[in-house]
Design a protein around this ligand. Sequence first.
Ligand code: NAD
Ligand code: MG
Length: 381
Amino acid sequence: MTPTAAPKGVAVLGSTGSIGTTALRVLDRQRERFRVTALTANSNGALLREQARLFSPTFVGMVESSTDSDAAWKSGTDALIAAATRDDVDIVLNAIVGAAGLDATLAALESGKRVALANKETLVIAGDLVKAACASGSGEVVPVDSEHSAILQCITGHPASQVRRVVLTASGGPFRDWSKDRLAFATVEDALRHPTWQMGRKVTIDSATLANKALEVIEAHFLFGLSYDRIEVVVHPQSVVHSFVEFIDGSVVAQMSVPTMELPVLYALTHPERVPDDGVPTFDPVKLSPMTFEPVDHERFPALRLGISAGEAGGAAPAVFNAANESAVAAFLAGKIAFADIPRGIASALEELGGMPAGTREQLLAADSAGRQHVKEMFKC
Ligand code: NAD
Ligand code: MG
């Protein structure tokens, strides 16, 4: 990828969020190779306007039109599809949070784009549909999630048949050493205090419950075609090793860096190539020491096992897991339910709805809305 080739057009969906703003920092340094041709956000018109001023995209969309909007911007959810399918877009960086990102991913793949995917919920809800959309055309998914980027970086150049298993690392979140009794009284403020990553609110709560790691196990299953017994999780509080890949000869390869999402974002844009970039602090193993690893405590963090079981069950179960989690996290953030209610809500939704039909997008969306409704009714919120 030489800078002399024409810059590739990039649409950043969710440009005002944590990953979106991280991506724009990377893209600002890489203007010779990439041009931001489309930006979308949900409702932060002031930041979107500032980003549009800095990058001069040919398309801007804001889902919720408000007094903050500009007359030239497109509004409504159609704006996401329009941005994702434009002719001047080669890569769609999907940094939308939650199920709202699904249709844009599918539309981008059907239009033959590379989807640099941070929106892991897309794969959890509709992994089979995403795989089918990739197989039917020239679209492809390249992960932005740091663990999956690490795996991709380790396996690139090796056939899938040489991979024995992968081990995803998990920081353990802010409650890693809290007792079960103390966890019952965890506040929103406690849960938002993540030790190693600065992220959006929803994924920060997911990291505190370990539901995030469950979503990531399912994401790894669909991205790399691995059965669930070949995907493991280990707690690594320093977030320096982003994942391990064990090959069939027993050799283990890991990818490391200081904890930053800038590197996985850049790699998702350039894979399988690498380009010069000096935006990230130098790796210093002495400063980053010690690096430690511990097992997951499933009793204190039941959401991980619930999600893995949903993945193994397949069908609508992962979509129900995701929807119940999104609904419960929103209720927790609004102060309506306790921290321990999040996995309770998920377990109950899965028990009741995990077997719903899941063959089509419409059936998956029906499972999604039933999962949300179940949690709302259960907690009367
Ligand atoms: P965030 O809340 O900071 O940002 C979300 C973005 O999505 C915002 O730009 C918002 O405007 C947009 N958005 C929200 N609801 C929308 C809707 N209904 N329609 C259209 N756009 C909408 O979230 P984030 O932390 O940047 O996370 C984004 C995604 O990336 C999530 O799926 C998350 O799990 C994943 N991820 C995040 C990190 C991280 O470090 N933040 C790391 C790995 C993966
Ligand atoms: Mg991750």
